[in-house]
Design a protein around this ligand. Structure first.
Ligand code: GLU
Length: 434
């Protein structure tokens, strides 16, 4: 259990390993998009149509909170591309949300739904609020107010939000209820709802479960069995903790984990279920979990393991930490976690990267299942949901891997090529472009 770093930096902010990338999420997505566009030799005059969002809504959200003061937040709903179906994507509550981040995330949804082959376009929403400061009643006010401000561009056949960072089934319930006040009960207006309000079985676990389906496909190719796999999770939230618990069920061993406040390590294994219980049931801090050694956020990158799951924010892996990672595989539970310099480092070292638009597509795929169930007012059993999810994820893996192998490219490049071709084909068939 020895820490590999002897002289830990004073503060995470002083530690170059734990800062976020210097390039923005938007620059990272632009880099991959441009590469794929050029590689496909697509016409330059329509590049902008597929790069820039179709519609951007930016709203002011003034709310009087329980401290008696009015706080003014900025909210966004950005609809990137709707050629393949209604706009789809989560809503993020985070103090660092800005329009460029939402633009990047919206375009990633377009490519992700295309890779998964679910009939949606791409969108994203966000509010620049620090949730740690909020009472539950304050959170509800912000969620309802955001829905009031953007509902005109939403609808079950137009744009369907879902949870993302710091939003969950409860937030979706408030948003559905608010929409229902104006339009009548409309469960298909948001996905990721509670089970009690027409949510889908399996949706909460779906993003993490999807990551594990992808890991299994890639692991089989490099001869790595789950029972001999060690892994680390950066960001022990919904995606990270579900991925960890499902990996553990398969026999894999978690050796390190982190959240926004700290990190832990135990080479003999950290029980993923116990850690989840410690945080969610007992209200404990991840860094105080008994049976593991507290380490710094930067040290997490130096813990040797087979698989690293970045499941926190964008830009966490970059030129100051990618080189230190002793891993065989990176499975991107988060959106845009890896800068393109870090990507190059991984490629040169032969580290397999399952990119975000494949790895975390399980969430939106299960959202599609939820939407279908809502439109039919019918509920599937959890096993049916998980089986269908596995089929979609394995097909997405195969489609992207075949494309990558045929041209000796990374999975990320293969996935971008597959995604852009599918969106272009839908646009052509609709008659939007020639
Ligand atoms: N926020 C998730 C994502 O980034 C899920 C989106 C959805 O289900 O619409 O993929």
């Amino acid at each position: 259990m020895a820490s590999t770093k002897t002289a830990a930096a004073e503060s995470p902010l002083d530690d170059p390993r734990s800062r976020r990338a210097r390039v923005s999420d938007l620059e990272v997505v632009r880099h991959h998009f441009d590469w794929a566009w050029d590689h496909l030799a697509l016409p330059d005059d329509i590049r902008q149509v597929f790069w820039e969002p179709y519609r951007e809504v930016s709203v002011q959200i003034p709310v009087k909170l329980s401290d008696g003061k009015t706080h003014v937040y900025q909210g966004y709903r950005i609809q990137h591309n709707g050629a393949r179906g209604p706009y789809k994507g989560g809503i993020r509550f985070h103090q660092e949300v800005d329009i460029d981040e939402v633009r990047a995330l919206a375009s990633m949804m377009t490519w992700k739904t295309a890779v998964a082959g679910v009939p949606f376009g791409g969108a994203k929403g966000g509010v620049n609020v620090r949730v740690e400061d909020l009472q539950k009643s304050d959170l509800q006010k912000i969620a309802r107010s955001f829905m009031d401000k953007v509902e005109k561009v939403l609808g079950p056949t137009r744009d369907i939000p879902a949870p993302d960072v710091n939003t969950n089934a409860q937030v979706m319930a408030w948003m559905m209820d608010e929409y229902g006040k104006l339009h009548g009960h409309t469960p298909a207006i948001v996905t990721g709802k509670p089970i009690a309000l027409e949510g889908s079985y399996g949706r909460e676990a779906a993003t993490g479960r999807g990551c594990v389906f992808m890991y299994r496909e890639a692991a089989a190719k490099i001869g790595l069995s789950p029972s001999e796999t060690t892994f680390s999770v950066q960001g022990y939230g919904n995606v990270g903790s579900w991925a960890a618990r499902i990996m553990q069920d398969l026999g894999a061993k978690m050796v390190a984990a982190s959240d926004a406040w700290g990190a832990i390590r135990n080479d003999d294994g950290i029980d993923a279920n116990e850690l989840h219980r410690h945080i969610t049931v007992e209200g404990g801090k991840l860094s105080e979990f008994p049976g593991a050694e507290a380490i710094s956020a930067g040290d997490l990158f130096e813990v040797p393991c087979d698989v690293f799951f970045p499941a926190a924010l964008g830009g966490m892996i970059h030129e100051d930490n990618a080189d230190l990672m002793k891993v065989k595989m990176v499975v991107e539970g988060a959106n845009n976690p890896t800068s393109f310099k870090a990507d190059e480092i991984f490629e040169s070292k032969g580290i397999v990267v399952i990119p975000d638009l494949m790895a975390n597509a399980g969430g939106v795929t299960c959202s599609y299942f939820e939407w279908v169930q809502n439109l039919q007012h019918f509920r599937w059993e959890e096993r049916e949901v998980n089986d269908k999810l596995g089929k979609v994820m394995r097909k997405a893996y195969r489609d992207c891997a075949e494309r990558a192998e045929a041209e000796k490219l990374s999975l990320r490049k293969g996935a971008f090529l597959v995604a852009i071709e599918r969106v272009i084909e839908a646009s052509r068939t609709r008659g939007y472009i020639e």
